[in-house]
Design a protein around this ligand. Sequence first.
Ligand SMILES: Cc1cc2nc3c(=O)[nH]c(=O)nc-3n(C[C@H](O)[C@H](O)[C@H](O)COP(=O)(O)OP(=O)(O)OC[C@H]3O[C@@H](n4cnc5c(N)ncnc54)[C@H](O)[C@@H]3O)c2cc1C
Length: 147
Amino acid sequence: MQYVVIIIGSGLGGLAAGAKLAKEGKKVLMLEQHFQVGGCATQFKRKEYTFEVSLHELNGLNKKDHIYRIFQDFDAFENLTFLKIPEFYRWIGHGADIIVPDNADQAKDILINKFPHEEKGIQKYFTSLFKIRDQLFRMPEDQMKKN
Ligand SMILES: Cc1cc2nc3c(=O)[nH]c(=O)nc-3n(C[C@H](O)[C@H](O)[C@H](O)COP(=O)(O)OP(=O)(O)OC[C@H]3O[C@@H](n4cnc5c(N)ncnc54)[C@H](O)[C@@H]3O)c2cc1C
C-alpha cells in the first residue's frame, strides 16, 4: 500500500485537503484517532437532545472568499442546499437583548443604536474588521501570483 499523501486527522481541514488531493488523482491515506470523521464539526446525542459540538453556521459564501472557490471546486453548490440564516447571533446579558444580523453594516447600525455613547469605538472596530477582511480576500491571489 503506497500513498502519495498521509493526512493525520479528519477534521474540516483534513477532509478538505484529502478531498482536493483525491480529486487531483492523488492516493491519500487519512488517519483518524476518533471513531468518526469530522473533528469539531460533529454532533452527539444524550437522551432526546442533540448537541452541536462546534460548527453552527458557515461564512465564506461571498464570491470573493477563498472558501467559495473551494466549494465550487467540490461541486458543493450543485449537491448541497445552503440556507441563509436570518441572524448572525443573539446576545442576551447585562440587561441587553440584541439580535445581530448577518449583514455587517446592519450589525454596526444596530450596535450604535443600542450603545450610542460607544459609537466611536464601534466604528473603529468595524473599520478594523473590514480591513482584515479585505486583506484576507487578497491573500490567496497574492499567494498564487508568487507561485
Ligand atoms: C465551540 C466552537 C464553535 C465553533 N463554531 C463555528 C461556526 O459556527 N462556524 C465555523 O465556520 N466554525 C466554527 N468553529 C470552528 C470550526 O469548527 C473549526 O475551525 C474546524 O472544525 C476545525 O477543523 P480542523 O480540521 O482544523 O480541526 P479539528 O476539527 O480539531 O480536527 C482535527 C481532527 O484530527 C484528529 N486528530 C488529532 N490528532 C490526531 C492524531 N495524532 N492522530 C489521528 N487523528 C488525530 C482529531 O480527532 C480530529 O478529528 C467553532 C469551533 C468551536 C470550538
